[in-house]
Write a protein that binds this ligand. Sequence first.
Ligand SMILES: O=P(O)(O)O[C@H]1[C@H](O)[C@@H](O)[C@H](O)[C@H](O)[C@@H]1O
Ligand SMILES: [Mg+2]
Ligand SMILES: [Mg+2]
Length: 288
Amino acid sequence: MKPSGEDREAQAGDPWEECFEAAVQLALRAGQIVRKALSEEKRVSTKTSTADLVTETDQVVEDLILSELHQRFPSHRFIAEEAVAAGAKCVLTPNPTWIVDPIDGTCNFVHRFPTVAVSIGFAVDQELEFGVIHDCTEERLYTGRRGRGAFCNGQRLHVSVETELSRALVLTEIGPRRDPATLKLFLSNMERLLRARAHGVRVIGSSTLALCHLASGAADAYYQFGLHCWDLAAATVIIREAGGVVIDTSGGPLDLMSCRVVAAGTREVAMLVAQALQTINYGRDDER
Ligand SMILES: O=P(O)(O)O[C@H]1[C@H](O)[C@@H](O)[C@H](O)[C@H](O)[C@@H]1O
Ligand SMILES: [Mg+2]
Ligand SMILES: [Mg+2]
C-alpha cells in the first residue's frame, strides 16, 4: 500500500522512525527470551579467553534479531557480536548499519546474576542515529535518538553535572583478558582513581547497563579498555542525548572501533578520568 501524503511527510521528516520502532519491538521480544532463559540450564562455551563466555541463548537471540531485521530491511548491513566471533567482518560503512549485542552481560547470565541487557544500535553514513537497550530483568527500556533526547520507560534522562573527580562515582568493566600484565594495568587504573578520592569504582558486569546508569545520572563516569563497538553503539547515543560526553581514553573523539572509551556527565570529569588512565591495548574491532 503506498504511503499517504501524511505518511510520506512523516517519513520525509523522520526517515528512521520505522527502523527505531522495529528495534524497540525486537529488544523487548529478545529481552523476554533472555529473562526466561536466565533461570534455565545453559550450555556455555568460551571465546577469546576463559572469562569471555557465550551461550546458545546469545546465538538464538542474535539470530532472531538479525533475521527479522534483514527480512524488513534487506539492503541494510549488520555488525553483531556472535557473527563477528564466528568470523564476520566488523566494518562500519556509510550504509544503514545495525550494531547488535544480543546479550550484554553473558557472564552474569551464566551465573544467573540479574544484570543483563539486549543492545541494538543503528548508524547511517557512519553516524550513530539511535540506540535501544533493554534491561531484561529490571524491565527498563533505554532509548536515545540523535537530536531527539534519551529516555528510560518514557522518562527523560539527564546525566550528572558533577565536575569533580573527588565527588564522582565511577563505573568500569574488566574486559576479557586475565594475563598478569593486563590485570596489573587494570588494577593500577582503578587504584589511581581511588587515590584521586573518587567516591567509588563499581564493576557490574554489563558495559551497556553501566553506560545506561551513567545516562540516567546514577553514576558520574565510565571507562573501559576491552569492550567492543556493539557494547558502545546504542549506549553512546543514549548518553549523548542525555547531555553526556563519550570520548576516547586519550581525551580525543570517540573511535567506535578502538575497544576503549571514557564517558561522563561532564567534559571536566571525562578529561580527569582520561588523564588518570594508563592504556591497555586490546586492538581494534575492524582489524580482527
Ligand atoms: O560479552 P558481553 O556481551 O557480555 O559483554 C561484556 C564483555 O564480554 C566484557 O569483556 C566487558 O567487560 C563487559 O562486561 C561487557 O558487557
Ligand atoms: Mg557486550
Ligand atoms: Mg554480548
